[in-house]
Design a protein around this ligand. Structure first.
Ligand code: NDP
Ligand code: OXD
Length: 312
């Protein structure tokens, strides 16, 4: 039996799509009348504290989110494997966001917008893409997809991950000891890390001060589409104000929704989006997790299982 436990999304819509795809496999929602011991899979998003109570025969916890940081903090998380969402549709959506913001900053959107508003004809030529270095923090599923889509645009690419990566056209930096070298050659820093104790707060003033400063007019840029916990917003405000950063694109925030009182809303060189960079759609989510369930029921191993030790 599959149990759905989804908050803040259309649980009924997901349930009927799963029921149709998996029939005759039983699919229930938390308000339904069912035997908790019969539940083999629980599909969750923002689970409540009692979400896993009495689910004593779980094969797997299925996470609607690609990021499992909040789930890992659940106080009564069962010992079952956690399968996270990994899907081409999600990757494409995230790469759309990354490419849009990288090219916007490379082509000096903030400057030319200000010139337009001032009716100022000021010819300025941004550096060529090849002269502009995009550094991707987190070279997993999403980071690699973004790199593959940025490469044909001609950017110079580098990545930073826990372990070294061999991706054509991307210079790999790995481990905490390589972070400073990675930052020193980066003009546009794209964050696609998972949120773990090691990565929390990594987008801070000291990090920004280590980015390359001689390439982009106005200063280096950050693009954060991963988690708000990665960034220190007070440091971003300070860095945008004193020129340590030229601009920032932020899709995620320390507190979501971003409070009305946040200074980020009003900064001309800060581009705020409300955690919409990429969404797990019903179509892609049901297709992916139905395959996970049917394969597991057929005795095949689970895929994309979270390593609890690493936290992602
Ligand atoms: P993956 O697990 O596939 O990739 C994570 C990458 O980060 C890996 O390359 C890993 O290194 C690297 N990494 C992890 N810890 C460290 C560390 N301490 N130091 C250096 N590198 C590290 O994740 P995804 O690409 O699928 O997703 C990334 C994140 O994107 C998610 O966790 C989620 O928070 C966020 N996200 C945001 C969305 C949005 O709408 N804003 C939508 C979807 C996801 P290694 O390869 O060596 O293990
Ligand atoms: C995710 C997200 O982790 O939407 O999938 O943030």
């Amino acid at each position: 039996m599959l149990l759905l436990h989804l908050s803040d999304v259309d649980e009924a819509g997901w349930a009927s799509a799963f029921a149709e795809q998996l029939a005759p496999y039983p699919v229930v929602r938390r308000g339904d009348d069912f035997d908790p011991a019969a539940v083999r899979y629980v599909f969750v998003w923002k689970p409540t504290p009692d979400a896993f109570d009495d689910l004593v025969n779980l094969e797997a916890v299925l996470s609607l989110g690609a990021g499992v940081d909040a789930l890992m903090q659940h106080l009564r998380l069962p010992d079952a494997p956690i399968v996270r969402f990994v899907d081409d549709d999600l990757s494409q959506r995230m790469s759309d966001y990354v490419v849009a913001h990288v090219t916007m900053h490379h082509r000096q959107f903030t400057r030319f917008r200000a010139d337009q508003q001032a009716r100022r004809w000021s010819q300025f030529y941004p550096p060529a893409a090849a002269e502009t270095s995009v550094g991707i923090m987190g070279m997993g599923v999403l980071g690699q997809d973004a790199a593959q889509r940025l490469a044909p645009l001609g950017f110079t690419l580098r990545s930073w991950s826990r372990t070294p990566k061999q991706v054509e056209g991307v210079t790999s930096y790995a481990g905490a000891e390589a972070l400073d070298d990675f930052l020193a050659g980066t003009d546009i820093l794209v964050n696609l890390l998972p949120l773990t104790p090691e990565t929390r707060g990594i987008l801070n003033y000291a990090t920004f001060a280590k980015l390359r400063r001689d390439r982009l007019e106005g200063g280096p840029v950050i693009v954060n589409a991963a988690r708000g916990g990665h960034q220190k917003e007070a440091d971003i405000v300070r860095a945008l104000g004193d020129g340590t950063l030229g601009a920032a694109s932020l899709d995620v925030f320390e507190i979501e929704p971003l409070p009305d009182s946040s200074p980020l809303w009003a900064l001309e060189n800060c581009y705020v989006t409300p955690h919409i960079a990429a969404i797990s759609t019903v179509t892609s989510g049901v297709r992916y997790f139905s395959r996970v369930i049917l394969d597991a029921e057929a005795g095949k191993p689970l895929v994309n299982v979270v390593d609890r030790q690493r936290g992602y």
